[in-house]
Ligand binder design. Structure first.
Ligand SMILES: Nc1ncnc2c1ncn2[C@@H]1O[C@H](COP(=O)(O)OP(=O)(O)OP(=O)(O)O)[C@@H](O)[C@H]1O
Ligand SMILES: Cc1ncc(COP(=O)(O)O)c(N)n1
Length: 271
């Protein structure tokens, strides 16, 4: 029997539509997966920064997750902003029971604007409880440094961090993203197949709000479509590179990426 691939994001909001669950749902749609979303925190933010955050009560987060799983069992799950220690514990408790569903963890700590999106005390629980459940974890440079304690200056040290996340910390695979390194936008994937570099030219733009969210959402959609980690990551890298290159110039700050870029030209979009 053929199934529609479905994928669940457990993440925070962005009312301007560029990051968080809004970016995830746009990505799921573009990557041919039926998208679902559990809201963890409501964030008043825009392309210029974060103004305020309200965390959804943990029991309500649990109820949302239960509501999804008892009705439409996702083919993959991605987590984004899970800010508090209590929320990380509860989400880990629930996802631990669903360990046949591949989990993509985007360990969201800080927004592009520099605003913090995770409480300091959450780090240990992220490492101990959530990270070992992941099919793949997708930290950016700073997140990989905080998680591993290593300093990442270049592609070689990014590789060391990816290996540490898998071999010593219990992730099944890791993508250490190179958006915040210099030179080409090269990401490093470490999985059971070894190390792989994902190369893309660096686009000269400040429209990178939500790149990390969208990359991890795309990987989750690809896994829900039963692709391997390697294929999921390389298809997602191609998707995100086009979305960054073909920027829409929306917003007064770090604008969003162009989720349509793989299938529509700007002429199709603009009025
Ligand atoms: N200027 C750029 N040109 C091309 N690719 C980029 C650029 N900036 C980031 N990327 C790519 O976008 C993806 C996200 O990487 P990045 O390191 O920016 O993650 P992030 O910091 O989590 O994202 P975010 O900006 O959403 O917080 C990676 O594949 C990275 O290589
Ligand atoms: C709810 C939420 N989740 C994640 C991010 C990170 O995205 P970015 O670093 O691109 O702003 C964000 N800004 N908001």
């Amino acid at each position: 029997m053929r199934n529609v691939p479905s994928v669940l994001s457990i993440a925070g909001t962005d009312p301007t539509g560029g990051a968080g669950i809004h970016a995830d749902l746009k990505t799921f749609q573009e990557r041919k997966a039926y998208g679902m979303a559990v809201v963890t925190s409501v964030v008043a933010q825009n392309t210029k920064g974060v103004q305020d955050v309200w965390h959804v009560p943990v029991d309500m987060v649990e109820q949302q997750i239960r509501a999804v799983f008892e009705d439409i069992r996702p083919g993959a799950v991605k987590t984004g902003m899970i800010a508090t220690p209590e929320m990380i514990e509860r989400v880990a408790d629930l996802l631990e029971q669903e360990n046949d569903v591949p989990l993509v963890i985007d360990p969201v700590m800080v927004a592009t604007s520099g605003d913090s999106l995770m409480e300091q005390e959450s780090l240990d629980l992220m490492k101990k409880r959530l990270l070992p459940l992941s099919a793949v974890i997708t930290p950016n440079r700073q997140e990989a440094e905080v998680l591993t304690g290593l300093s990442i200056e270049n592609i070689e040290t990014a590789e060391d961090a990816a290996k540490t996340l898998v071999d010593e910390m219990g992730a099944s695979a890791a993508v250490v993203k190179g958006g915040h390194l210099t030179g080409d936008a090269t990401d490093v994937l470490y999985s059971e197949d070894g190390i792989e570099y994902l190369h893309a030219p660096r686009t000269d733009t400040n429209h990178t709000h939500g790149t990390g969210c969208s990359l991890s959402a795309s990987i989750a959609a690809e896994l829900a479509r039963k692709n391997s980690i390697k294929t999921a990551v390389s298809n997602s890298k191609a998707f995100i590179s086009k979305a960054i290159m073909d920027t829409l110039e929306i917003g007064k700050g770090n604008g969003p990426i162009n989720h349509w870029a793989s299938r529509l030209s700007k002429e199709d979009i603009m009025v």
